[in-house]
Write a protein that binds this ligand. Sequence first.
Ligand SMILES: CC(C)(COP(=O)(O)OP(=O)(O)OC[C@H]1O[C@@H](n2cnc3c(N)ncnc32)[C@H](O)[C@@H]1OP(=O)(O)O)[C@@H](O)C(=O)NCCC(=O)NCCS
Length: 186
Amino acid sequence: MWRTALPELVVRGAVLREPRVEDAPSLHALLTSRSVTRFTTPPVTLDGFEQFIAWSHAKRAAGQYYCFAVVPDGCDRAVGLIQIQVPAGRSPEWGFVLAPTYWGTGLFAACADAVLDFAFDDLGLPELGARLAATNGRGAAALRKLGAVPDPMPRATDGRPFDESYWTITPRDRARRVPRATSRLH
Ligand SMILES: CC(C)(COP(=O)(O)OP(=O)(O)OC[C@H]1O[C@@H](n2cnc3c(N)ncnc32)[C@H](O)[C@@H]1OP(=O)(O)O)[C@@H](O)C(=O)NCCC(=O)NCCS
């Protein structure tokens, strides 16, 4: 299922749909600032974004990857991405990035809710993990508000903590989600 195309997910303030090659310029313009790249490893060139979008379609066709572009209402360009990876033999994970102008608006929570519904209800995944840089306090707080919980990370052999944190979320965890404010969207 979903091997030929992804559904459109409609949320308050935005639509999530499969990224298109036409999204590459806006994604390149919006997701390559230092505030974003310090916590993610997006492509750095326009060509890189175009290749990433083509790669995401091929991986979706193989049933291993589901990438949604976030397109706010009144906008015809993508301003962020939420992706789910289902690698063979490994736990499914998700990742997300939004253009900084949309941080703190409630857009992420609305879109994340819709993607979690898709992951649990449509894909039937039991759990999603997320890897964050240990210094990514904002990403961690955003996950905690959705109900995600930090997984204790094993320590390196010299006793130092790893520089990543790992967060898991299950359908049951979502009962803990912090209710969203309703009027913060642009
Ligand atoms: C992660 C991301 C999508 C979250 O979207 P967002 O709109 O910023 O998230 P929210 O505003 O809903 O939640 C962030 C929370 O962190 C809090 N916060 C901000 N900076 C913080 C910090 N340094 N430490 C702890 N909490 C912090 C905010 O106050 C907010 O909580 P509040 O709503 O109770 O005030 C977005 O910040 C982003 O694209 N970041 C860069 C990419 C990234 O880090 N991706 C995660 C790795 S996969």
